[in-house]
Structures are given as C-alpha cells and as structure tokens.
Design a protein around this ligand. Structure first.
Ligand code: SF4
Length: 351
C-alpha cells in the first residue's frame, strides 16, 4: 500500500493504530570522524576565544547540530563579507576554494579549518593532477559546497563555468553528475585526463558515471584511493544489508545532507518505502501501517540523540523492540588543526 494514501491519523499514545513492526537499527550510522572533528573545532574555538565565532556555511549539514552551536555563540554566514574584519572564522567540513582562503586572509580573519581531511585529500589530488598537466572531471552534485570547494582548488570559486558541455574550459576542470553529462563532455586531450568524486556520493550512482567515463575516455586516470569516503561507504553498505529484511526504512538527516539523501535512495532502490526525517516530529504513523520491520539509520551528520528520539516516537506509534545489527567497527579519528590546539585561550569569561 502506498503510505501516502492511507487514511490512518496520528493518535496519542495508548490509542495508536495496530502497528507491530519491529525496529532494526543499522550499524554503523550517524556521526563520522570528519563531522565529530568539525563540531569539536567550533566548540573549542568558542571555549578558547568566546562568542561570536563565525562559521562559513553550516559546519555540517544538520539543523540540530547547527542550532546547538548557534545557541553557544556560533554565527553561521554564507559569505566572508558578512564577517567583521579581524574576527575568527571556521571553514565548514565541506571545504572551501582557494579564493575563499585568500579572501579570509585579505580581510584579516583568523581562520580555523574544519574541512574534513578526506575532502582535503581530494583537494591535494586535484592540485597534483593539474600540476601534472591533466584535466580533471569531477563527479559531484552541482551547487554542493564540497563541489564548489574542490572545483575551486584551481582558480575559480563558482561551478557555473564548469558545465559538462563546456568545451572551452580554461581551468581544466569539468563537473559531471550523470552518464548523460559524460555523453556530451568534450575535453582538450583525452590522454591527459583524470577524475575525482565528491566524498558523499551514492557508490552505485558514482560507479555508473565512472563506467561511462572509462568507456568514453579509456585512458582516464582514477584517483589513487577511492574519493567516496569510508563513512559514506560503510553507511550505504549497512543500509543496503538492513533494507533487505525491512519493508520500511527511516533515515535521520537534514534535507541538505548529501550523504543522508543517498542513504534514503539506497533503501528506496531496494524497492521499499524510505523516508528521511530531520527529527522525530516529522514521522507519520501511517508510514508504519501494515509494515513488519522498520529499519532506522542516520546520515554522517545526524547525532545519535535524534536516532533515539525517532525510535521512541516509532514505539509511541506502536512499533516493537529494537534489534541493532552488527556492522563494521569504525576507529577513524582525525586530529584537530594545529593552529587551534596551540592557540592560547583568550576567553576569560567563566561559563
Ligand atoms: S562524510 Fe566522509 S568526507 Fe564527509 S565529513 Fe564524514 S568522513 Fe569526512
């Protein structure tokens, strides 16, 4: 049954419709090492220097996290010209272009970099490949800040001039999202070509685009190691396994979170109903009607507290016990930026 068409209404505890779905919890889920690090960087900056601490773009794509940091004194802006000169700025986990770094310096801002080291790894790849005289095809979602940052490692800050059909590209970088984009892509020298990817793509979708690139440009160079990060891979694998045994999947994540959206798609591609919710208040009891097993997972930027609230609400609707699946154990930890850890504390206000 299409859950959108059911007529069941949300009812308070005790009067919930007959729902007996068991809950299955994917593993791993939620925070990755890059998100953990980015949040700690903002918190440490607030602790050391006091509010306001400016953050360029949402430090990670999660409303709950951003609201919590805002309450502690973080000020989120989209552009550096919104920040008074001489202030402290933190670059988000998605990374920034070289032009943004240069602008921060020219405006006299003190920058602390929360770019995930796995995004920085892609930036370094891009720089090396361009120095080696290669043109680069980036596989990613147009407009996503990570794509803008990676494309911006070579002179431009905007992706607007990097369309797949742009044959006069002067930066040597092209952005493609789909095999159809590859079909119309023209490069200067197919013998000197490489590709990189956004770190949070669907592995299945990326494979289709990579295959299309390899078919069209047989000599294209692949990255030394996968650009799609360990956390994205592990969470997608876990949802795929979990979804095989479920007839409904709920992903906890904010609408602008790329990896959360991909998790919902991974579940949906298994032919079952799948929804993404920012928090428990978005759940609808009718989604559970006639379901036997509901799988729950969370994007890499979604905190566990929201998962717990989602489970509590599902049970409030009548769902049963929780079974947590076994999964890959992640032990990745990233170091904090040296300029932050070594900076002297200037905030003397006791909290
Ligand atoms: S999802 Fe991957 S690339 Fe993005 S912050 Fe997490 S570890 Fe880093």
């Amino acid at each position: 049954m299409n859950p959108e068409q059911t007529t069941l209404k949300h009812q308070p505890t005790g009067e919930a419709p007959s729902i007996e779905a068991a809950i299955v919890l994917a593993n791993p889920r939620g925070f990755c090492a890059g998100v953990d690090r980015a949040i700690i960087i903002v918190e440490q900056a607030l602790d050391k220097f006091g509010a306001p601490i400016y953050v360029r773009h949402e430090v990670v794509h999660n409303k709950f996290v951003v609201d919590e940091l805002r309450a502690k004194g973080a000020v989120f802006v989209e552009e550096l010209d919104e920040i008074p000169s001489g202030s402290i700025v933190i670059f988000s986990a998605h990374g920034v272009s070289k032009a943004v770094r240069a602008e921060a310096e020219s405006r006299g801002l003190t920058a602390y970099d929360a770019t995930c080291p796995l995004v920085t790894k892609v930036h370094i790849e891009v720089e090396k490949m361009r120095k080696a005289g290669m043109e680069i095809v980036m596989i990613g979602h147009k407009g996503h800040p990570e794509v803008e940052g990676t494309m911006g490692q070579v002179e431009q800050t905007s992706t607007d001039d990097h369309q797949a059909s742009d044959t006069t590209n002067s930066t040597g970088m092209y952005l493609v999202e789909t095999p159809e984009d590859v079909a119309v892509l023209t490069v200067k020298d197919p013998a000197k070509l490489a590709y990189v990817t956004q770190t949070t793509l669907s592995m299945d979708d990326a494979a289709l685009v990579i295959n299309a690139l390899k078919e069209k440009f047989p000599h294209i160079n692949a990255p030394k190691s996968d650009d799609i990060c360990y956390a994205t891979q592990n969470r997608q694998d876990a949802v795929k396994i979990m979804a095989q045994d479920c007839d409904l999947v709920i992903i906890v994540g904010s609408p602008n979170s790329s990896n959360s959206n991909r998790l919902r798609e991974v579940a949906k591609n298994q032919g079952i109903d799948a929804y993404m919710v920012d928090n428990a208040s978005y759940l609808k009891p009718e989604w559970l009607a006639n379901k036997k097993k509901v799988g729950v997972s969370a994007g890499a930027s979604a905190p566990e507290v929201l998962v717990k609230e989602v489970i509590a609400q599902l049970q409030n609707f009548g769902a049963g016990n929780v079974q947590e699946l076994q999964g890959v154990v992640e032990s990745v930890v990233f170091q904090l930026p040296k300029n932050l850890t070594s900076a002297a504390k200037t905030n003397t206000v006791q909290s």
